[in-house]
Ligand binder design. Structure first.
Ligand SMILES: Cc1cc2nc3c(=O)[nH]c(=O)nc-3n(C[C@H](O)[C@H](O)[C@H](O)COP(=O)(O)OP(=O)(O)OC[C@H]3O[C@@H](n4cnc5c(N)ncnc54)[C@H](O)[C@@H]3O)c2cc1C
Ligand code: SF4
Length: 446
């Protein structure tokens, strides 16, 4: 099974992921590894995937052992190999940087996981079932990592997922050209192969977590993510052709993609935001035939929060980034977007990258002709998630309050993790939370 055929960052087709390493490229890359003692790369992985060990095993031709190390430590090892901003994690710490350039750890990780799938190697096996049942709410990377870890310890795990399909943001947000459905399906199969039961179209609603406990689930892990996209409340925000990034990306991944194509094709689009989500939106616009795509953000080029790979893709697809700028008004005609008005900005205090710290620079006002606007300014928890459970506590912004360990709530039977606890975060951090919560649950019942 081969998942990839795109050879560069230039997007020609919305569904083609970047090409994976060939075995020759993978071996060559691994041969550059310095086999560090106390490998700094391993210490920098939030989910303890342990690249120092899997690269060493692969280099010494123990390919199965390498795959086993990845999958035992990180059930989403393939996905993380693809989507992790490795330049800020394992690769940033890599000792090879001092000699040449960091080892491409993410690409090696992806290659090994795919190699396992292609050769039919199954590094993880089902274990005999114990009597305890655990419920997981949400099938994003946090929920599924917790579920997999618990299944490996023999718990009967049921994952309740509100949506039609499994995977959370990986399914509904990240575009296919970065992470194809086929690749994600294959990685999720590794979770279900452990015996995890996933029930889709099964939203846990008001009081639902209390009910699960009453139904005999010994413990619950809540990983409901951040569903609600924020919108800028500026003049024109309610015009037709103004969308939020979540709705935009989800529609672009669905059978209704034609609606997005209709919105952007041969048109100019303004994307508000400078994070990876904004770049995903901008690149999607381009691959669906948009003319000019602007990414307008408050940060300077050096401060832009998007991952390096996403920025490189934006550059190669001719996205026009307008840094240190803000949109002040969306202009309309007959309820249709016809442009945006904006101004350049500076920070009032240094190193505080929040909108209230930006000040307009007089005399720098600009107008751009665009036909659609997409706001990619972040997401927060849905207020509807606060009454899932009567015994846990929430913060003012509806994130779940947890104890110092990062996953225990104020109810001993209920754990939480991923973005519903952390706020906006990374896949690998969601995986780390899922693993940690599972360890706590296993400890309680052993
Ligand atoms: C467009 C986009 C691109 C991104 N790209 C990257 C990237 O390249 N690299 C990276 O590391 N991170 C990326 N992220 C962030 C990453 O996707 C998240 O950190 C991660 O998905 C969070 O995982 P989670 O399990 O906490 O939540 P989610 O992935 O949001 O999953 C939560 C799940 O819970 C379900 N749910 C919610 N409420 C209920 C309920 N009441 N009952 C049942 N189910 C419910 C939801 O339907 C969803 O399936 C991106 C995010 C976005 C939006
Ligand atoms: S830090 Fe770099 S060189 Fe050292 S073990 Fe990890 S990948 Fe190899």
């Amino acid at each position: 099974m081969k998942f990839s055929n795109r050879k560069s960052n230039k997007l020609e087709n919305i569904s083609n992921m970047e090409a994976s390493f060939t075995i020759f490229q993978a071996l060559t890359e691994a041969s550059r590894c310095l086999l560090c003692y106390n490998a700094p790369c391993s210490q920098s992985c939030p989910a303890d995937t342990n690249p120092g060990i899997f690269i060493r095993k692969f280099r010494l031709k123990n390919t199965k052992g390498a795959i086993r190390t990845i999958k035992e430590n990180n059930i989403f090892g393939g996905v993380c190999g693809v989507v992790c901003p490795t330049e800020k994690l394992c690769q940033e710490a890599c000792s090879a940087t001092k000699i040449d350039k960091p080892i491409e750890i993410g690409k090696l990780q992806r290659f090994l996981v795919e190699h396992g799938w292609e050769t039919g190697f199954k590094p993880l096996e089902r274990v005999p079932l114990r009597k305890e049942k655990v419920a997981v709410v949400g099938s994003g990377p946090a929920g599924l990592s917790c579920a997999a870890e618990l299944a490996k310890a023999g718990f009967k795990v049921t994952v309740f997922e509100a949506r039609e399909k499994v995977g959370g943001v990986l399914r509904y947000g990240v575009p296919e050209f970065r992470l194809s459905s086929e690749f994600l399906d294959r990685e999720i199969e590794d979770v279900t192969n452990l015996g995890v039961i996933i029930k889709c179209n099964s939203r846990i609603s008001s009081g639902g977590v209390d009910n699960l406990l009453k139904k005999g689930f010994y413990a619950i892990f809540i990983a409901t993510g951040l569903l609600k996209a924020y919108k800028l409340n500026i003049p024109g925000f309610d015009l037709k052709n103004v969308m939020d990034a979540n709705a935009f990306l989800e529609t672009a991944r669905s059978k209704n993609r034609y609606l997005i194509t209709r919105l952007v094709k041969n048109n100019n689009v303004a994307v508000i935001g400078g994070g990876s989500v904004a770049m995903d939106v901008a690149n999607t616009c381009k691959v669906l035939g948009a003319e000019k795509v602007y990414c307008i953000c408050l940060e300077s080029f050096a401060e832009i929060p998007a991952a390096k790979a996403d920025l490189e893709m934006a550059r190669d697809n001719f996205i026009i980034i307008k840094p240190q700028s803000q949109v002040t008004e969306i202009l309309g005609n007959n309820n249709n977007v016809v442009g945006v008005k904006g101004t350049e900005t500076n920070w009032i205090k240094p190193n505080l990258f929040i909108p209230s710290n930006a000040k307009k620079v007089p005399g720098t006002e600009f107008n751009l002709k665009v036909n659609a606007v997409v706001m990619a300014i972040g997401s927060g928890p849905d207020s509807g998630t606060v009454d899932l459970c009567s015994t846990i506590r929430y913060k003012k912004n509806y994130l779940i309050k947890i104890k110092k360990d990062g996953v225990s709530t104020f109810d001993k039977d209920i754990f939480a993790g991923g973005e519903i606890v952390r706020g906006p975060a990374l896949v690998v951090e969601a995986v780390a939370d899922g693993k940690k919560a599972a360890k706590k649950i296993i400890k309680r019942f052993s």
